[in-house]
Design a protein around this ligand. Structure first.
Ligand code: F3S
Length: 772
């Protein structure tokens, strides 16, 4: 209510003076005539050492994108509860009194969706109390804003409270780019990267390429912002944005709402983009005002218009992009993407045909709307208009209908607006303001069994097998909340609400009119339950962060031992992996997520998905005497005998999500080297941060010369580490029959990374710096 609005917290205004002065230096280093994209401007303005970052390896600043190693100082960090655990445990080892930049923790991932918020929330709090208490106490001690369970989903809370044009932030979640809808550069990272920012160490990023999506025209009727990104995912595929930032431009931008732009940026993660961004525009103003941040509007206008010589908050005219795609909003029709991958994109008008051709289920059991992607006031009021039409015609949804508000602000505002009551009257179940079914925390009660083929429709962002209900046979189709809702009334995947009708009593037929809604609530957003407001950002050194030594969910981290002098000798090959080895193969998710804050316990899943190159078995390892065990069992056995080890693997080792546990776990169990045909870049960096040395075969065929239980020593490694990355390395393999083979290998250790290996980990380097 307006009276609540006056009780709002002070708006978090980005440090514009500092950012602009950084940008002025960028202009000096690159020359004022150099044209830059918006994404480049914001990123480069946040560089720690502008000259070094922009001029080294870049043909003197000419070829920055794809080449420069950017060392960045983000303005803030946001962490969700699952990934915050390891980030905080790592931060604690640095022994600092507070975080170097503003930070927030959001309790959203560990909350179940089942019967509705009133029962699900208290049950989930009870089940995860130990973890929530740990995060809350750490937040209070170090001055991190703590958003308790029920407050909202990280990306929605960030959008309402922290995102602002020109800001650069890191978030420990893949959909952090959601904040790009308000003109921020927001990048999803692992906990170890977040710790870099929290302790004021520069965070490294290979300068991304910039892919421009030009929007023409204006959406109308059933088409929504969700359809822009569903269409783009179809055009680019799940890998099309890799190594790039997606930057939107064109006259269509001005026609979208701020929350619509966020939906589009949120799902840029589905095409592999580093992040996505919209330029600051007039439609951001009412959203900032409605969320109580008028002070940001003034500050931003100063930056955008008052400093025209900088032209900071938009791309330079005629700047060149690495790639360009155009989407005409005027002719865009709704799309449905899936199943099992977000880039399988089908226009609504062709979906019935696709269902028949692919033999997808003709009925679906649940329609789920909301989540961090699509729970804006605009989304929900447009859905409300459809629900009211159907209600007036005497219809109820045929499929179960779940609604997840993204935050307490959204929920309370929708309650004031009676939108939620409309949904409940129609039979909808309003879940907690949390991730719930979007992250597999959905306890289905509709009788669908594990392994049973079935379909659901949702307005979320990901639809990999098992993502929502843990059933790999559930076909999850992604669509706008409007399409999900209208189709839920038919319960049929063949129903097209734009053209088809539903029979109603009296032999009549009901046809939906296109949805209509409001972008923003008339008198601003309600704050809702004050218990969901965050804790203060003032550090309190008196707070004790308690981790019960008996806990199976949390364990304090012991720093890894520093590198001892000389070559590595007497390592043994623990396992020779055949074929694909993703971060999920190395550190499985699902039930293991529970142990994210307990390194010894989660290490029990190390490499359990890896195929043994010698036997074809999965997760079956053999000790030298032939004893058979699982991979983690053998690793533990060797750790107990101080036997250090190496893993041998094929191409693209560590592809998939940037899961830092996939580097931490091998290191914890005694792994020193991963020798592969090639690495996924982010995982390779993660390994080095944890003090594990990634090496690649100079000749890929040499993979065949090495076997499990062979003994391995290095030659040249010590010189490389001491010189800061110069020199060649080979490994000497002692076969079990006594023969010796020398294998030349490659490394790409930088000077800093040699320091990480020598210190035992990047964290040890940071901790040491803080002690000095
Ligand atoms: Fe992620 Fe879905 Fe939550 S995308 S932040 S799991 S609502």
């Amino acid at each position: 209510t307006p009276s609540q609005s006056s009780a709002r917290r002070k708006a978090a205004v980005p440090p514009y003076q500092k950012i602009l002065s950084g940008f002025e230096d960028v202009r000096i280093v690159l020359g004022s005539s150099r044209k830059l994209t918006l994404a480049e401007k914001i990123l480069y303005a946040h560089l720690d050492n502008i000259e070094e970052s922009l001029l080294q390896n870049t043909n003197n600043g000419k070829d920055i994108r794809g080449n420069a190693n950017l060392k960045l100082k983000p303005d803030r960090v946001a962490m969700q509860d699952a990934s915050a655990q390891m980030a905080i445990l790592q931060f604690m080892t640095c022994d600092l009194p507070s975080t170097a930049v503003p930070a927030s923790i959001h309790c959203d991932h560990m909350i179940v969706g089942e019967k509705g918020a009133d029962t699900d929330l208290p049950n989930s709090i009870q089940g995860n109390k130990e973890v929530f208490d740990f995060l809350e106490s750490a937040a209070k001690k170090y001055g991190i804003e703590f958003w308790p369970p029920g407050a909202g989903i990280i990306h929605q809370t960030v959008l309402e409270n922290y995102a602002a044009p020109g800001l650069m932030m890191l978030g420990t979640d893949s959909h952090t780019p959601n904040a790009g809808g308000l003109g921020a550069i927001a990048i999803g990272v692992g906990g170890a990267d977040a710790v870099d920012a929290l302790v004021d160490a520069p965070w490294e990023l290979k300068a991304p390429k910039v892919l421009n999506v030009r929007l023409e025209g204006k959406l109308s009727g059933w088409a929504s912002p969700k359809d822009v990104i569903l269409r783009l995912a179809g055009l680019l595929t799940v890998r099309g944005g890799t190594g790039s930032i997606i930057e939107y431009s064109g006259p269509g931008v001005e026609t979208l709402s701020a929350t619509g732009m966020s939906t589009i940026c949120n799902m840029g993660a589905e095409v592999g983009a580093s992040t996505s961004i919209f330029p600051f525009c007039e439609n951001h103003v009412p959203y900032l005002r409605a969320t109580g941040r008028a002070s940001i509007i003034d500050a931003v206008k100063g930056v955008a218009y008052g400093n025209d010589k900088h032209n900071f908050l938009r791309a330079d005219t005629d700047v060149e992009y690495d790639e360009q795609v155009t989407i005409d909003l005027s002719t865009l029709e709704p799309h449905i993407n899936g199943p099992f991958t977000p880039d399988l994109s089908t226009p609504l008008s062709k979906f019935k045909e696709a269902v028949e051709i692919n033999k997808w289920p003709k009925t679906f059991g649940a329609g789920l709307i909301g989540s961090c992607t699509n729970s804006s006031f605009e989304d929900m009021t447009r859905v409300e208009s459809l629900v009211k039409q159907a209600h007036a015609a005497g219809l109820r949804p045929k499929a179960d209908f779940f609604i997840t508000p993204g935050s307490e602000q959204v929920r309370a505002t929708l309650e004031e607006n009676t939108t939620l009551q409309t949904f409940s009257k129609a039979g909808g179940i309003v879940l907690a303001n949390a991730c719930g079914p979007c992250i597999g925390q959905w306890k289905r009660t509709d009788g669908v069994k594990k392994g049973e083929e079935n379909a659901i429709l949702c307005s979320y962002n990901r639809n990999f097998p098992g993502r929502n209900d843990g059933n790999a046979k559930t076909m999850s189709f992604l669509a706008s909340p409007e399409i999900v809702t209208a189709m839920a009334y038919a319960g049929s995947t063949e129903f097209n609400p734009m053209t088809d009708t539903i029979p109603v009593s009296g032999g009549k037929e009901f046809k939906f009119e296109p949805p209509t809604g409001s972008r923003l609530p008339g008198s601003g957003f309600a704050i809702g339950n004050p218990a969901f407001l965050p804790s203060s950002a003032k550090p309190d050194p008196a707070v004790q962060v308690v981790v019960n030594p008996e806990s199976d969910r949390l364990a304090l981290l012991e720093p890894f031992a520093p590198y001892a002098e000389g070559e590595l000798q007497g390592l043994k090959v623990l396992y020779k992996v055949k074929g694909q080895c993703t971060t999920d193969t190395i550190s499985a998710a699902g039930p293991w997520l529970k142990y994210k804050g307990h390194l010894p316990n989660i290490s029990e899943n190390t490499l359990i998905g890896a195929v043994n190159a010698e036997t074809g078995e999965t997760n079956v390892a053999y000790d030298a005497d032939g004893t058979q065990s699982s991979i983690p069992e053998l690793a533990k056995k060797w750790k107990s005998k101080s036997q250090q080890w190496i893993v041998v693997a094929e191409d693209n080792y560590g592809e998939g999500s940037a899961r830092e546990h996939a580097a931490l776990q091998p290191r914890y169990l005694g792994g020193r080297i991963i020798l592969a045909k090639s690495f996924a870049r982010i995982h390779q960096t993660n390994l080095k941060k944890q003090g594990v040395i990634p090496l690649t075969f100079t000749n890929k065929d040499d993979y065949d010369k090495i076997s499990a239980n062979d003994e391995v020593s290095t030659s040249g490694l010590w010189d490389v580490l001491q010189s800061g990355g110069d020199g060649n390395i080979k490994i000497i393999v002692k076969k079990r029959d006594g023969a010796t083979v020398e294998i030349p290998v490659e490394h790409n250790l930088s000077k800093d990374q040699c320091g990480f290996v020598l210190a035992g980990s990047a964290l040890n380097v940071l901790a040491r710096k803080n002690q000095d």
